[in-house]
Ligand binder design. Structure first.
Ligand SMILES: [Zn+2]
Length: 467
């Protein structure tokens, strides 16, 4: 439909992508999964994610081939005493490069020692947990370099919390299906490639953390038994799509899929009627389904750094929406009615929003297609309840379907189908909104049926010039 639409007349913006440094800097931090907001509100990513980032930071040494060589020699033949001697020597000579290498060496030695002891510690902890048997409620084995989930989990039927984050687990063991009392499962920062089918047996599960894996798909049936799930954290994975079955997570309140590769979300996601927060930052979303209007409980919607061009009109029906963040998209206007949202916080930096800075443009002629002319005639006859046309339309479901895509002129109230004039109305944002600094006036999209109506518009309505 957009292909046939006509954008014309006298309003243009500079179209520049005015990124506000303050806010964007905040999002760069979030890209590393290191955000205070997530931790505060949702207990999403843990502080362990921070540690992982710190270790990555230390990797600058590896980036330098000279340092790498030096580092390799040190690991092979240096005792702690020798290392200390070199350290003193290096300090007195103010050789900062050697000091840096020694600091790096010290951390390597610590990690090596940790590696040798971690296995023994893990086993000891497991034995202790197993002694508890049915009474063991919590098992935490985070950062133990585990590659396989302990199969003895089936000896702990009363387990409520299982924390296996920061390991090297690539597969969920079948024994997990016996943990029917489990309410919290943390498998964040591992090597999983899919959300396994075994999840469906965890019927008591309330919080599922799968952030920082390599998940690219949901196994079929994975969502079937998770009727009690409240929180699902899939940040920092490789998901390119979400299955329709997501709608089976009836009690889901918090869903976070930041830093994935989603190009779209299924409309079934909008049937999660208890959803409270939806985080979809840093994906490749092009649009949001109109069905978003069904998320009646939604309070927080984060869509930062996607490729969204248009927000659906349905967003205006989210009566409980309080926080909306669409920074870093390609939005130019908002759907009409947007200004009535009861937002508390609204962020829209880094979008090429239309500004109220009119330029002069030449008015073009209206040329309607035959389809447009007949469609308008039929639609307007229908709106006047012409009995002949009303009866005829019931015999032609295809025509009825085409007519359902009609739109209404904001000036005369008549219908049109594929040709319109796109205009912008500027309204001041609500005083109750906490907003981005770049937003003085909210540009609302207004559609008009013809130049005849355009010439009767009010002073605050502007056409859009074609560049
Ligand atoms: Zn009109």
């Amino acid at each position: 439909m957009d292909l046939l639409s006509r954008k014309m007349y006298c309003k243009m913006t500079d179209g520049s992508d005015s990124v506000c440094n303050g806010r964007v800097a905040e999002y760069v931090m979030e890209a590393s999964g290191n955000t205070g907001r997530d931790e505060e509100t949702l207990d999403w990513d843990s502080s362990s994610r921070k540690k992982q980032i710190d270790v990555k930071g230390a990797g600058v040494f590896q980036a330098n081939p000279g340092h790498k060589r030096h580092f390799a020699q040190n690991v092979e033949g240096t005792s702690l005493a020798e290392a200390w001697k070199v350290f003193v020597k290096a300090s007195s000579a103010s050789n900062m490069r050697t000091v840096a290498n020694l600091l790096w060496l010290t951390s390597v030695i610590t990690f090596t020692l940790f590696y040798f002891f971690s296995k023994a510690i893990t086993e000891k902890m497991l034995v202790r947990a197993l002694k508890g048997g049915k009474n063991t409620k919590i098992v935490t084995l985070s950062g133990k370099k585990i590659t396989k989930m302990p199969s003895s989990l089936d000896k702990l039927p009363g387990l409520k919390t299982l924390n296996l984050q920061n390991n090297r687990i690539s597969k969920v063991c079948s024994e997990i299906s016996t943990l029917t009392q489990l309410t919290v499962l943390n498998l964040g920062n591992n090597l999983l490639e899919e959300i396994p089918e075994e999840m469906k047996y965890l019927t008591s599960l309330k919080k599922l953390h799968l952030f920082g894996n390599k998940i690219c798909k949901f196994a079929s049936g994975a969502c079937d038994g998770l009727q009690n799930l409240i929180l699902l954290n899939l940040n920092n994975n490789e998901l390119a799509w979400i299955p329709q079955e997501i709608s089976r997570l009836k009690n889901l309140k918090y869903l976070s899929i930041n830093h994935n590769q989603l190009a779209s979300i299924p409309k079934e996601l909008c049937f999660l009627k208890n959803l409270f927060e939806l985080h979809l930052n840093y994906n490749q979303l092009i649009c949001i389904p109109e069905e978003i209007k069904f998320l009646k409980e939604l309070q927080k919607l984060l869509l930062v750094r996607n490729n969204i061009e248009v927000l659906p009109k349905g967003i205006c029906r989210l009566k409980n929406l309080r926080i909306l963040d669409i920074a870093g998209n390609i939005i130019q206007t908002f759907p009409s009615g947007f200004q009535n949202l009861k937002l508390r916080e609204f962020y829209c930096e880094g979008n090429p929003l239309f500004l109220k800075e009119p330029v002069t443009a030449v008015q073009q002629d209206d040329v309607w297609s035959l389809q447009e002319i007949t469609s308008r005639f039929i639609m307007n006859e229908l709106s006047e309840k012409n009995p002949f046309v009303m009866q005829a339309i019931t015999w032609h479901p295809l025509v009825k379907n085409i007519m359902s895509q009609r739109r209404k002129c904001a000036i005369c109230g008549k219908y049109f189908l594929t040709i319109w004039l796109e205009c912008v109305e500027f309204v001041p944002p609500s005083k109750k909104w906490k907003i981005s600094r770049n937003l003085q006036l909210v540009p609302l999209q207004i559609l008009i049926c013809s130049y005849t109506c355009f010439n009767q518009r009010g002073p605050n309505l502007f056409g859009i010039a074609q560049v």
